[in-house]
Design a protein around this ligand. Structure first.
Ligand code: SF4
Length: 395
């Protein structure tokens, strides 16, 4: 039996588009019924296609978009349809993303009753001013309420997302957001540096100097402060942007990082079966049209070459505290990474095998090796892109 797979469902609807967002979502909800019919058809079409028809599935993730815009009965029907069509067994993690600006209207208890057992709340910041810069539909008070409501509804696995590097954000306001997060004690905290895509309204506002980009050094300090505050509050830093209380790592996301197969359903969703990856068209109407004709709605499919597989091992491995599995590397690349990358590692300052992964290297080194795995030190985390780029030269 292959390792269990993951299911991702893309819910492409938002109340309003945030100015920095590069995910595929639309704000007209009229197509929701048509989208659901198409999604159910896509589920049925995959239910008899290997490997997903044969694999066991034990993580399901509703992302978006704004899954908390779904009516509880829609969410229940969707989960039931998935259960009828796939081998969903064992202790299943069923997550959904919630926007604090919509959870007040959403009956969280009904989601829990429907079978969702993990909620990820897109808090981003607890500061009204910063949320306004990001054109989020919620304010700080609503973010706090969303976490409290989730707990009150009975969720025992609550995650929140935070963003640093927001134009105008200060070290003090970031520390306040971190402290608020710690006080609310969610089980999982993701913290992302704000990515500014040039074609988004935020990117354009920065280009036209209406807003200023956060200073790089300040952003780096905020990242380090985030790790420091959350680690001292008992969170384990297990992935470059993710921290969790013990036993609450995201099982679903770990499957991506571990290279397990995953099936993505819905417009713009990505899939990987261990050999090929493909992605669906990023257009609700086109997606529905494909499925009207009983066709799978993917836009592109590609077979991973050995070089691409090695690249994935580097990119995904170094994101995790567990690092790159050197034995797995040998199987894929038919060679020893530490030997072939020796000159590159030297160029990067060498290894510090006395430092644990993600911890501070007294010798200011970027890489360490633990249990036959090549991992980043804390200094390495700050130079993740550079280290990946250099290591990729040996492929
Ligand atoms: S709520 Fe999320 S998905 Fe929707 S526009 Fe904002 S950032 Fe994008």
């Amino acid at each position: 039996m292959p390792d269990s797979s993951a299911l991702y469902i893309h819910v492409p609807y938002c109340k309003r588009k945030c100015n920095y967002c590069d995910f595929y979502s639309v704000t007209e909800l009229d197509s929701k019924k048509r989208y659901f019919d198409a999604l159910n058809k896509e589920i049925s079409l995959y239910s008899n296609k290997p490997p997903f028809a044969l694999d066991t599935i034990n993580t399901i993730y509703l992302g978006g978009g704004t899954p908390s815009l779904l009516a509880p009965e829609e969410a229940l029907l969707l989960l039931n349809h998935l259960k009828w069509n796939f081998h969903i067994t064992g202790r299943v993690e069923v997550s959904f993303e919630a926007n604090p600006g919509t959870v007040l209207q959403t009956n969280l208890y009904s989601f829990l009753k429907a079978g969702f057992n993990r909620i990820t709340i897109g808090v981003q910041s607890f500061h009204d001013g910063e949320l306004a810069v990001l054109t989020r539909i919620h304010n700080g008070e609503e973010a706090i309420n969303a976490v409290r409501l989730a707990r009150k509804a009975g969720f025992e696995n609550i995650g929140i997302d935070l963003i640093f590097g927001i134009p105008g954000q200060t070290p003090a306001s970031w520390r306040e957001s971190l402290q608020r997060a710690v006080d609310l004690r969610p089980h999982h905290i993701s913290m992302y540096g704000l990515t500014i895509e040039p074609h988004t309204p935020l990117g354009l506002a920065i280009k036209s100097r209406q807003l200023s980009r956060c200073d790089e050094e300040l952003e780096r300090d905020m990242y380090l402060k985030g790790i420091e505050v959350l680690e001292s509050a008992g969170y384990e830093h297990y992935e470059i942007s993710n921290l969790a209380l013990q036993g609450y790592r995201s099982r679903h996301n770990q499957k991506y990082w571990n290279g397990n197969p995953y099936l993505g359903l819905g417009p713009a969703a990505h899939s990987f079966n261990g050999i090929q990856r493909w992605w669906n068209c990023a257009n609700v109407e086109q997606y529905c049209q494909y499925l009207d004709e009983d066709l799978l709605p993917f836009e592109k499919k590609e077979q991973l070459s050995i070089e691409q597989k090695c690249q994935e091992l580097i990119l995904l491995g170094l994101r995790r505290k567990e690092g790159i599995d050197l034995q797995q590397w040998s199987q894929v690349a038919s060679g020893d990474l530490l030997t072939s990358a020796e000159p590159v590692i030297k160029e990067l300052g060498g290894l510090d095998t006395r430092t644990l992964p993600f911890k501070n290297s007294k010798h200011n080194r970027l890489l360490t090796v633990l249990h036959k795995r090549l991992c980043l030190t804390r200094q390495g985390l700050l130079l993740y892109d550079t280290v990946c780029e250099k290591l990729a030269q040996v492929i």
